[in-house]
Design a protein around this ligand. Structure first.
Ligand code: E4P
Length: 222
């Protein structure tokens, strides 16, 4: 399973990339708005693309077919590793088809049902992003949706990758992995939590404590 960082914060992305923890990045207009200040968001995206050796999703903000297509083409020119993010709306699907026909990879975003993901795959999306956390937020069982998408894509051997998005905690990541999502995108806080377990810290403390007793007793050199 590949991990993407769901942020536009360049310092977080630099940390995760240098630690070898991520294979790509997803951004969206809200995430860019949080970090860009008075910078041009295109400059932020270009910098992110230079830091990450992997796909970087950049979302269009037009909502008409022609606008999404033109914006997608412009975003794709920012860097070779840009993946254009297009919302799962009717006009978006035409834009996905046109962009995909030109070899531009598209991530179909804001998917909340398995049939939306199926339609996005049929349109030629390289990725579909079911927003699992937001589904759970409104009382659905997000993992049922993910399971359906996995089964449908396997039934018809779609190459479209399932990008489990809107993940809120490590259990979401584990469940998405168990169900065969190709990619999990998560905020920095969730990525950091994947590394942690209190028993690891407690176990290490005890090992080091016992070792220092041994050293004191035997004068073993460490
Ligand atoms: C995915 O590409 C989206 O940017 C993201 O996962 C949305 O997550 P949120 O529901 O935490 O905003």
């Amino acid at each position: 399973m590949r991990f993407f960082l769901d942020t536009a914060d360049v310092s977080d992305i630099r940390w995760a990339a240098e630690a070898g923890l991520i294979d790509g990045v997803t951004t969206n207009p809200s995430l860019l708005s949080q970090v860009a200040g008075d910078l041009d968001p295109k400059d932020v995206l270009t910098e992110i693309c230079s830091v990450v050796d992997g796909p970087v999703s950049a979302e269009v903000v037009a909502v008409d077919g022609e606008g999404m297509y033109e914006e997608g083409r412009a975003l794709a020119k920012l860097a070779d590793n840009i993946v254009v993010k297009v919302p799962m709306i009717e006009d978006g699907l035409a834009a996905v088809r046109r962009l995909a026909a030109e070899g531009i990879r598209v991530n179909v975003t804001l998917c909340f049902s398995s049939v939306q993901c199926l339609i996005a795959a049929k349109a030629g999306g390289a990725y579909v992003s079911p927003f699992l956390g937001r589904l759970d937020d409104v009382g659905h069982d997000a993992m049922d949706v993910l399971q359906e998408v996995r089964t449908i894509f396997d039934n018809y051997t779609y190459e479209t990758e399932i990008l489990a998005a809107s993940l809120r905690h490590p259990r979401h990541v584990a469940e998405a992995a168990l169900l065969g999502a190709d990619v999990a995108t998560m905020p920095t806080a969730v990525l950091k939590k994947l590394l942690l377990h209190p028993l690891t810290d407690r176990g290490l403390d005890k090992f080091l404590n016992d070792w220092s007793k041994l050293v004191a007793r035997t004068k073993v050199k460490t």
